[in-house]
Design a protein around this ligand. Structure first.
Ligand code: SF4
Ligand code: SF4
Length: 278
């Protein structure tokens, strides 16, 4: 079972939820798809870590053959190509490796080459297999790294996918394989705005979903209101608590220290399993 944890807004507690869910599952795989800022490993502290570089195909151009016809420049939607003095210029960092320019070049001046964009790290933290994607600074997209991570997720075990923030391509790629989406919400106007966008995305993909309300304060909670108005099930609520904040700041998996949070996450996992059996 693959559970994608997403929140729309960064800082709502997505990694906190994903790490602790993986910890209570005991035998599980935690997959950090937040490749621009992966930090789940700071809590899980995996051992025996190995790394593997990830490359993508990028075009290379033979300027001798290039006639400066502009076909590739006009085609490229990512502005990764330009013409200078009648010859093509390629900006690797903006290239999305679509291959269109290679296919279209009438002078056969373009060919494929490889370009490293980041890496995958894998290690073990107790019973939790920890897979982490890391995008190199300045690279255009982490989607190829997320695809690589997806290919390494075990089929039988519980996989907890820590999605990137936002609701753009990397998030879509992260939830593609998910059986269930857990939306983590904080009770702020920004949080609710971004949660609504994440929910729209999840519904677009027709994924079953529920909410974890984090950092709850007494009184009205706009995140709870959104869930009620949109029919999103609230699976658990975690109160705002300084001690939890201290554990997070200290890089500790809270369920290993707090019996209350352990009970919350065990209950949350049980509810997700129950939802999946409906
Ligand atoms: S399509 Fe080929 S020939 Fe035309 S500008 Fe691009 S690389 Fe040069
Ligand atoms: S491979 Fe695609 S994105 Fe990259 S330069 Fe060519 S057309 Fe642009």
């Amino acid at each position: 079972m693959k559970i994608a944890v997403l929140s729309g807004k960064g800082g709502a507690g997505k990694t906190f939820a994903a790490v602790n869910l993986a910890c209570v599952a005991l035998e599980a795989c935690y997959v950090d798809c937040d490749v621009e800022e992966p930090n789940g490993h700071l809590f899980l502290k995996p051992l025996n870590v190995w790394t593997q570089r990830v490359s993508v195909m990028v075009p290379v151009f033979d300027v001798e053959k290039c006639t400066g016809c502009r076909v590739c420049v006009d085609f490229c939607r990512y502005n990764a190509l330009a013409l200078a003095r009648g010859k093509v210029l390629h900006f690797k960092e903006a290239c999305h490796s679509c291959g269109g320019c290679v296919l279209l070049c009438p002078a056969a001046a373009a060919d494929y080459s490889t370009h490293e964009i980041g890496m995958i790290r894998e290690g073990k933290s107790g019973g939790v297999r920890v897979l982490t994607g890391v995008l190199d600074a300045g690279e255009a997209t982490g989607v190829p790294i997320i695809r690589e991570l997806a290919g390494r997720m075990p089929k039988e075990e519980i996989c907890v996918i820590d999605c990137p923030p936002g609701s753009a391509c990397p998030v879509m790629e992260s939830i593609k394989e998910a059986d269930y989406c857990l939306l983590v919400a904080e009770p702020t106007a920004f949080g609710v705005h971004d949660l609504a966008m994440a929910l729209e995305l999840v519904r677009l993909f027709e994924k079953p979903a529920g909410a974890l309300l984090n950092k709850c304060l007494p009184g009205e909670n706009p995140a709870r209101k959104l869930c009620m108005n949109t029919g999103l099930d609230i699976l658990a609520e975690i109160p705002f608590d300084l001690e939890t904040g201290r554990m997070i700041s200290g890089g500790e998996a809270a369920v290993l220290k707090s019996p209350f949070l352990k009970a919350v996450f065990l209950g949350l996992l049980a509810k997700i399993k129950e939802e999946m059996q409906k």
